[in-house]
Ligand binder design. Sequence first.
Ligand SMILES: *[C@@H]1O[C@H](CO)[C@@H](O)[C@H](O)[C@H]1NC(C)=O
Ligand SMILES: *[C@@H]1O[C@H](CO)[C@@H](O)[C@H](O)[C@H]1NC(C)=O
Ligand SMILES: *[C@@H]1O[C@H](CO)[C@@H](O)[C@H](O)[C@H]1NC(C)=O
Ligand SMILES: *[C@@H]1O[C@H](CO)[C@@H](O)[C@H](O)[C@H]1NC(C)=O
Length: 242
Amino acid sequence: MRFIAVSVILCAGFFWPTFSHPRGEWTKLTLTQHWPQTFCSVEKTCTTNISFWTLHGLWPNSGMMCNTSWHFNASLIKDLIPEMKKYWPDLIEPSSSEFWKYEWTKHGTCAARAESLNSQHKYFSKALELYHKYNLTNVLKDNRIVPSEQYYTLDDVETAITSFYNVKTKIQCVHPGKGGQVQVLGQIEICVDRDFQLIDCEKSTEEIWSNDIPAVAISGQSELSVCDHSMPIYYPPVPSRS
Ligand SMILES: *[C@@H]1O[C@H](CO)[C@@H](O)[C@H](O)[C@H]1NC(C)=O
Ligand SMILES: *[C@@H]1O[C@H](CO)[C@@H](O)[C@H](O)[C@H]1NC(C)=O
Ligand SMILES: *[C@@H]1O[C@H](CO)[C@@H](O)[C@H](O)[C@H]1NC(C)=O
Ligand SMILES: *[C@@H]1O[C@H](CO)[C@@H](O)[C@H](O)[C@H]1NC(C)=O
């Protein structure tokens, strides 16, 4: 019985990916959200009063800039723009569409190899849909992880996230903040498979290296890395207006 079960799992694991899609196609998407306060504390050219996690991108695990002649065209996603401005803002240049154009060219054109995402409208609307569905701001809040001057442990944050999503996510911090005493919660990655179901985000070397390097350079978040257990975590609140 156990032998049969193992065989079935192995066969599924070995054959399913090769049969169901061609070589080079992605098998996983990473939905990346960042905390605007942390972003702007690193990127000194912005200030923000946004008090929820915003979208950074939706990244397939295979390929970058898959079709540079497929130009971003905002008029194709006109109906999504108001929502994108709110939930997927360019924190540095709020009135610009450069951030979306960059994400489309680098990641969207690769995600578009799958029929489910083979247009700009499908790609951006799927990102927004997943963002709403896996409401990170709310998941943290429901587990009493809220922006505050009090610190959390990585265990607190991991427990909150895992208890809801039931998969491994990637929790990233800016190291170190506040004079070396704490790490600052910055970005969280949630992964889905080709059917948009949650799966573990593995922290393989390959994936760490295929990380969003140019976006990191643009966004000034080069200090971001996986949070560690050795320091408390600061989840910076929105400064109250004076
Ligand atoms: C946040 O900032 C924007 C732009 O400066 C302003 O219009 C808005 O009222 C502010 N929101 C809050 C909640 O302070
Ligand atoms: C790249 O995108 C252009 C514009 O949408 C399209 O005409 C072309 O077929 C695409 N090329 C590939 C290799 O998919
Ligand atoms: C953008 O898409 C619209 C609608 O399909 C089209 O009319 C327009 O020519 C496109 N613009 C560019 C620059 O390709
Ligand atoms: C997340 O949930 C909160 C509380 O239910 C809601 O106010 C917020 O609009 C939701 N965010 C998104 C992106 O759906």
